[in-house]
Design a protein around this ligand. Structure first.
Ligand code: GDP
Ligand code: MG
Length: 137
């Protein structure tokens, strides 16, 4: 499989516990390269747009509040099968169901404050990357 890119976000629960270095290490150890990165605090508009696919879910408001509650580290990861590779490294959405050794099993606090985001398809990765890094070629 050719090189692919995916969007990662280290979420506020993880940045506030100084876990960026440990989490980025999982990506690099697995052969994913960080090709862009930006530490930022999302506005409700940015978080709302980013998670627009979840707008009808009961936890949407809570999710937006949480994503704006502190700094996030948004990055673009590149490597073989990057989308699936990152999803495997992250583990299941609910840390109680995440495989041992995955980022969420190790670091997530709850199903809501679950340390990381990762694009779920190549199509969504392209949309998400363009949202945060429109200048990236
Ligand atoms: P992901 O792709 O594994 O991040 O999971 P989803 O796309 O299904 O959900 C997006 C994000 O919404 C998750 O990463 C959580 O931060 C949050 N989330 C998912 N399910 C729940 C839930 O049942 N309650 C709350 N409060 N947040 C949730
Ligand atoms: Mg998702």
């Amino acid at each position: 499989m050719a090189k692919q890119r995916t969007l990662s976000i280290i979420k506020p629960d993880a940045t506030s516990r100084n876990l960026c270095g440990k989490i980025l290490n999982h990506f690099e150890e697995a052969g994913l390269s960080i090709v862009a990165a930006r530490m930022m605090t999302l506005t409700p508009e940015q978080a709302g747009q980013f998670y627009i696919i979840h707008k009808d879910r009961p936890f949407y408001g809570e999710l937006i509040d949480y994503m704006c509650s502190g700094r996030v580290l948004v990055s673009v990861l590149e490597g073989e099968d990057a989308v699936n590779c990152n999803r495997t490294l992250m583990g299941a959405t609910d840390p109680k169901k995440a495989d041992k050794g995955t980022i969420r099993a190790l670091y997530a606090e709850s199903i809501a404050a679950n340390a990381v985001h990762g694009s779920d398809s190549a199509e969504n990765a392209a949309v998400e990357i363009a949202l945060f890094f429109p200048e990236l070629k």
